[in-house]
Design a protein around this ligand. Structure first.
Ligand SMILES: NC(=O)c1ccc[n+]([C@@H]2O[C@H](COP(=O)([O-])OP(=O)(O)OC[C@H]3O[C@@H](n4cnc5c(N)ncnc54)[C@H](OP(=O)(O)O)[C@@H]3O)[C@@H](O)[C@H]2O)c1
Length: 249
């Protein structure tokens, strides 16, 4: 028997990286899932791995019209949701003094606005008890070079989980943050793709991560399984760090 038998979950950004890792684990544990991302080719590749209990829908999470279409599709195809993982996010670091308005707005639009309205628009479809999971980051709790805007977006999501908890806990909806440390994904590979980026991350892993390594997506998926399942039935408003100790010391 799976820990998510009978559950239906939406995972934004479920076509790659941490979202795909969570999607795979949720399917293994008996859930039906829907993944949402922009690139149809990546969605199709993910669905081929995920099997018959997975659906895909393409759209841009920063576009509220696309979110409306997503939830109309979910209502028609699945009827309801038990778990929403707001995972789609971006990190395109730049020093504070070089940050442009375009980069600032892109981070705010995806990491804050899209998460906020994904969760808000999911509520009418939620079967209680329901679990909302926001993917945060260690960057929301600590200072690191080139993460001034990214860190601010993730700190905002920590606050959002507290406020959703105050407003929705009595209605049977839990909301928690799952905060990864450095995790092996296409996003991290991109950040490490230049010699300077690679050196910066290797230094951080050596000096700032007590466990001195990068996480695998399966380690984040285990946290998402806990927060999505009834194993965490009395847990709401928390931030669960899966970061090798990075933001805990
Ligand atoms: N990897 C890390 O070290 C790390 C550390 C801390 C926190 N995080 C957080 O973990 C989450 C996932 O990161 P990741 O490393 O797995 O990223 P990733 O490898 O870049 O994957 C991002 C996923 O989000 C989707 N996505 C991006 N923009 C989107 C948009 N506008 N609308 C819909 N979907 C969109 C992507 O698909 P499309 O491009 O096709 O849309 C992809 O499926 C993010 O919130 C990130 O901030 C990651």
């Amino acid at each position: 028997m799976g820990k998510l038998d009978g559950k239906i979950a939406l995972i934004t950004g479920g076509s790659e990286g941490i979202g795909l890792g969570i999607a795979k684990r949720y399917v293994e544990e008996g859930a039906k899932i829907i993944i949402f991302a922009r690139n149809q080719g990546n969605i199709d590749a993910a669905l081929a791995e995920l099997g018959d209990n997975a659906l895909g829908f393409s759209g841009d999470a920063t576009n509220l019209g696309d979110l409306d279409k997503l939830f109309a599709f979910i209502k028609a195809e699945l009827g309801q949701l038990d778990i929403v993982v707001a995972n789609a996010g971006m990190a395109n670091g730049a020093p504070f003094l070089e940050m442009t308005e375009e980069q600032f707005d892109a981070h705010m639009n995806l990491n804050v606005k899209a998460v906020y309205f994904t969760l808000q628009k999911s509520v009418p479809l939620l079967r209680r008890p329901a679990s909302l999971i926001i993917i945060g980051s260690t960057s929301g709790s600590m200072g690191l070079a080139n993460t001034s805007v990214y860190g601010a977006t993730k700190a905002a999501m920590r606050s959002l989980a507290r406020n959703i908890t105050v407003e929705l806990a009595s209605d049977g909806i839990r909301c928690n943050v799952l905060s990864p440390g450095f995790t092996r994904t296409p996003l991290l590979e991109e950040l490490m793709s230049t010699p300077e980026g690679k050196k910066r991350f290797e230094d951080w892993v050596e000096h700032k991560v007590p466990m001195n390594r990068i996480a695998d997506v399966e380690e984040l998926a285990a946290g998402a399984l806990f927060l999505g399942s009834s194993e965490s039935s009395f847990v709401t408003g928390v931030e669960l760090h899966v970061d090798g100790g990075m933001a805990q010391i």
